[in-house]
Design a protein around this ligand. Structure first.
Ligand SMILES: NC(=O)c1ccc[n+]([C@@H]2O[C@H](COP(=O)([O-])OP(=O)(O)OC[C@H]3O[C@@H](n4cnc5c(N)ncnc54)[C@H](O)[C@@H]3O)[C@@H](O)[C@H]2O)c1
Length: 334
């Protein structure tokens, strides 16, 4: 698949290598509004200068491509996607799919009208540990999950990041991975959320980098989530710490390792072997995107499927503002 990568600084740098290592994908053009980022990416990839652009539309007019890999900041995602669909290109977009539910719905509609694929890189759910935990939970071996608790803590200090200025940076840019995992691991859709977000006095973010949320998912499943991007203490991994209580066992994620603790035997803590030892999930995302396009089917994390994940974040923000629980389906539907 011939890809135009839009956004090659920041996390885009990680994507460059992923695409180049993929058997079936190739980079045919690079686009970035920042000249320094573009030059660094050109050097890293060895792509000709004639294939590096600071204007997306010029790239589309100049180079033959099949799809766009969108690694720009969230505020730009919908512009890039709409321009790509206009040119008949498929889109693999970084999360969060868009800055608003309205923009996300516009992207989904534009993809459908153009008959093109829109997939969101919710890479965390494609990681080996997540695939392993999903298999354990959905096999029914330990009985249905009753409650989930997730803790995420980092002290985020990326220089000059858009995250320091955006509204609700933790919920919209990071917790979205964990919210998506709640759905992916259990196969249950979220019903409602009650949440509060806040700024500790020492925060260096313009808006709330902390959240506490209680989700109710289908079948009465409760998920309690706490996250901070300004911890003063020990950090968790990016995936966070997970604990899922089932009638037959407690399943935990600790530092990317999945453990099963049989009910009533807290000392019998067995680590479960993962399919692969490590993995960011990006390679699996790229593979799923290419396969879905080739097979003409909806990808696992399609734009449409992702509206519910995005709505979990917006519902949490609304709940924090109003002090009341918010129904997620209402936020999805608009
Ligand atoms: N899935 C993950 O694990 C993960 C990790 C990090 C970031 N991300 C996502 O990747 C996206 C980018 O994040 P980042 O940290 O790399 O941001 P960043 O600001 O560090 O980099 C974004 C790049 O896009 C470029 N850019 C901005 N506007 C543009 C435009 N209109 N056209 C072309 N290029 C443009 C910038 O110059 C910059 O090089 C975000 O959506 C973020 O949430 C995902």
């Amino acid at each position: 698949m011939r890809l135009v990568q839009v956004g090659v600084g920041g996390f885009g740098q990680t994507w460059l290598g992923r695409v180049q290592r993929d058997r079936d994908a190739s980079l045919v053009a690079l686009v970035d509004v920042d000249e320094g980022a573009l030059q660094a990416a050109q050097q890293e990839t060895g792509l000709a200068g004639a294939r590096c652009f600071n204007d997306l539309r010029v790239a589309f007019e100049t180079v033959e491509a099949d799809a766009v890999l969108n690694v720009t900041p969230p505020a730009v995602h919908h512009e890039v996607a709409l321009a790509a669909f206009e040119r008949g290109l498929h889109v693999l977009s970084e999360k969060p799919i868009a800055e608003s539910m309205e923009h996300a719905r516009m992207m989904v509609e534009a993809a459908e009208q153009a008959g093109r694929t829109l997939m969101v890189s919710q890479n965390y759910r494609y990681r080996p540990w997540a695939r392993t935990m999903r298999r354990l939970l959905q096999s029914g071996e330990f009985g249905p999950p009753d409650n989930i608790s997730v803790r995420f803590a980092k002290s985020l200090e990326f220089d000059g990041s858009f995250r320091f200025r955006m509204a609700h940076p933790l919920v919209r840019d990071m917790s979205i991975h964990h919210f998506d995992l709640m759905r992916a691991l259990t196969g249950r859709e979220p019903i409602s959320v009650y949440a509060t977000t806040w700024q500790p006095p020492w925060s260096w973010f313009e808006d709330d980098p902390c959240v506490a949320a209680i989700f109710e998912l289908e079948g009465g499943l409760k998920a309690v989530y706490e996250g901070t991007w300004v911890t003063r203490g020990r950090e968790t991994t990016w995936d966070g710490y997970w604990r899922v209580e089932c009638s037959g066992a407690v399943i935990e994620l600790r530092s990317e390792h999945v453990h099963v603790i049989p009910a009533g035997h807290p000392d019998e803590d067995a680590e479960v072997e993962l399919a692969q030892e490590t993995g960011s999930g990006q390679s699996a995302v790229l593979e799923e995107f290419q396969r879905a396009v080739a097979e003409g089917r909806e990808p696992e994390t399609s734009g449409r499927e992702n509206l519910t994940t995005l709505a979990m974040g917006f519902a949490a923000m609304e709940s924090s503002r109003t002090g009341r629980p918010v129904e997620i389906a209402k936020v999805v539907g608009g």
